[in-house]
Design a protein around this ligand. Structure first.
Ligand SMILES: C[C@@](CO)(OP(=O)(O)O)[C@H](O)COP(=O)(O)OP(=O)(O)OC[C@H]1O[C@@H](n2ccc(N)nc2=O)[C@H](O)[C@@H]1O
Ligand SMILES: Nc1ncnc2c1ncn2[C@@H]1O[C@H](COP(=O)(O)OP(=O)(O)O)[C@@H](O)[C@H]1O
Length: 311
């Protein structure tokens, strides 16, 4: 019988996992469900902004965070990474005695799934640290218990998320897409944005269709065709994010005026995402956004990016 692969631990038995942020290239939101969630057709694309989560054996649970936005991240048991470690430990009859360190680069409360990334990263890091070898399907099920976006953070690449976003179908992507992310001052609360979406829809009094993935968008992803993808980008939460944060309209206009092929709010916002024709254009758009003062920072990167990876 073959032996399970050795756990790759670094100095002092530390396991480090790198996890990507995401942008929603399509976010179609169905009616409010009785359980407080919404059914989605959520086309996720992982992009090259990453958090790193390190897990080291400890006498008691400990969580630390570094990075410019560390002060905005909860450093107690409510942190999604701490909750992930606790869940995995409980399921395996272990004590969650681990020091988790998050090196944070994904904007906080920005609609880029940073907390979900940390949860997926902590789950994978602790699984390796504790030598559990949890099967992939079980890890994905644990991710779904932690949050709707967490399974995608583990998976990466591109995927269609149905149900509340946790039921994933991997999508084929034929090439790299270049993006710019305009990071806003302060975050937006995801439940607040969904509530605002419901409120705006009630006021509009139209029926809400069941969300379905848009075939031309999937075809553009498959072909790796940026020009074809640009007109298909769509986010049903954008009107709600703009209603709560009207200044984002100016950020979106600024990126378009600087040559972006398309602009949209990333998920629940307030980060704005810009699709660029190529890497050079992305850098030009990022410079224009930074110079405009309509955002706190602008980051150029590309996707798809790999999911949670032990480094
Ligand atoms: C909007 C999206 C788009 O990918 O992400 P963000 O832009 O916030 O990162 C997701 O739907 C966010 O997923 P996630 O942040 O994991 O949400 P959860 O913790 O599962 O749920 C937080 C709250 O958001 C609302 N929610 C979430 C998912 C969903 N399908 N319907 C909802 O109505 C509910 O009010 C829920 O209580
Ligand atoms: N590890 C974490 N990183 C960031 N935020 C976290 C984390 N754990 C819990 N949170 C909480 O989750 C909220 C949503 O943060 P985040 O996941 O970054 O944004 P979004 O849901 O918009 O993608 C934050 O306001 C914060 O209070």
């Amino acid at each position: 019988m073959s032996q399970p692969a050795a756990t790759p631990t670094g100095p002092a038995g530390t396991v480090t996992v790198r996890v990507p942020a995401k942008v929603n290239v399509q976010l179609s939101v169905g009616p409010l469900r009785p359980d407080g969630f919404h059914d989605l057709a959520n086309v996720f694309l992982a992009v090259g902004l990453y958090d790193s989560v390190s897990a080291t054996r400890a006498e008691a649970p400990l969580l630390t965070v570094s990075g410019p936005d560390a002060a905005q991240v909860p450093q107690d048991r409510t942190n999604l990474a701490a909750r992930a470690a606790e869940l995995l430990a409980r399921r395996n009859g272990l004590a969650p005695d681990v020091h988790l360190h998050i090196a944070k680069d994904i904007p906080v409360a920005g609609g880029m799934a940073g907390g979900s990334a940390d949860a997926a990263g902590a789950l994978l890091a602790c699984d390796r640290l504790w030598g559990l070898h949890t099967p992939r399907e079980e890890l994905l099920a644990l991710c779904a218990e932690l949050g709707s976006d967490v399974p995608f953070s583990l998976a990466g690449g591109a995927a269609l998320g149905e149900g509340r976003g946790e039921v994933l179908t991997p999508l084929e992507v034929g090439g790299d897409f270049h993006w710019v992310f305009a990071v806003a001052e302060g975050g937006l609360s995801t439940p607040d944005v969904y509530r605002e979406c419901d409120r705006l829809r009630e006021a509009a009094e139209g029926g809400v269709p069941e969300p379905v993935a848009h075939e031309p968008l999937l075809a553009a992803l498959r072909a790796g065709d940026t020009q074809a993808l640009a007109p298909t980008l769509r986010n049903d939460l954008q009107p709600a994010a703009l209603s709560l944060r009207p200044a984002l309209a100016e950020t979106l206009d600024t990126g378009l005026a600087a040559g972006a092929l398309a602009a949209l709010v990333s998920g629940s916002g307030p980060t704005c995402a810009f699709l660029a024709a190529d890497a050079d254009s992305a850098i030009r758009v990022a410079h224009a956004l930074t110079a405009s003062g309509t955002c706190r920072a602008a980051r150029a990167t590309s996707g798809p990016a790999p999911g949670a990876t032990v480094v």
